[in-house]
Design a protein. Structure first.
Length: 165
């Protein structure tokens, strides 16, 4: 019990420090102004979409279902289930990223209604960041499967790094 707790705590601390360093570098590079505003709105928009689509509910539903299938039907059935979920989530995230990319001007306008002058720059930044969203879903599935197998080191650091975004 103590080892997983320390593993997750250490991963969280490490990711918070790395997130602070990232934010300091972004502030030093972009400064304050319309370019920084556009970048931060795009960055925050992708983070909101990632949190709403890939985190929390996915793992809450995946881990118990995977463990039940693995325990009742065997490791092969559990692995087949995990593969189907991974494929489905991967396809769904690629399609969602493509659709969100098409609707990005509306998404940015909804997130930051006062961005009339830098709207196009924010839309372009967000579209450049969209591939991250497509990869976040499959990574969330793999993190849940690692957690189900009591592997916490990689998932603790990755989850915290993602949450800093």
């Amino acid at each position: 019990m103590i080892r997983p707790l320390l593993t997750v705590s250490t991963g969280t601390l490490t990711s918070r420090l790395l997130g602070f360093a990232r934010d300091a570098m972004v502030a030093a590079l972009l400064g304050a102004g319309p370019v920084a505003d556009a970048f931060l709105v795009a960055f925050q928009g992708i983070s909101v979409l990632r949190r709403s689509v890939t985190e929390g509910a996915l793992n809450t539903a995946l881990v118990p279902a995977y463990l039940r299938i693995r325990d009742n039907d065997g490791a092969v059935a559990g692995t087949a289930f995990a593969g189907r979920v991974l494929g489905s989530v991967s396809l769904a995230m690629v399609v969602a990223a493509a659709l969100i990319g098409l609707a990005m001007p509306l998404v940015i306008t909804a997130l930051a209604p006062g961005f009339a002058t830098t709207l196009q720059l924010a839309v372009e930044c967000a579209r450049l960041m969209l591939p991250y969203l497509a990869f976040a879903g499959p990574v969330a599935v793999m993190m849940g499967l690692l957690n189900a197998r009591h592997r916490f080191a990689l998932t603790a650091t990755e989850a915290r790094l993602s949450s800093c975004a």
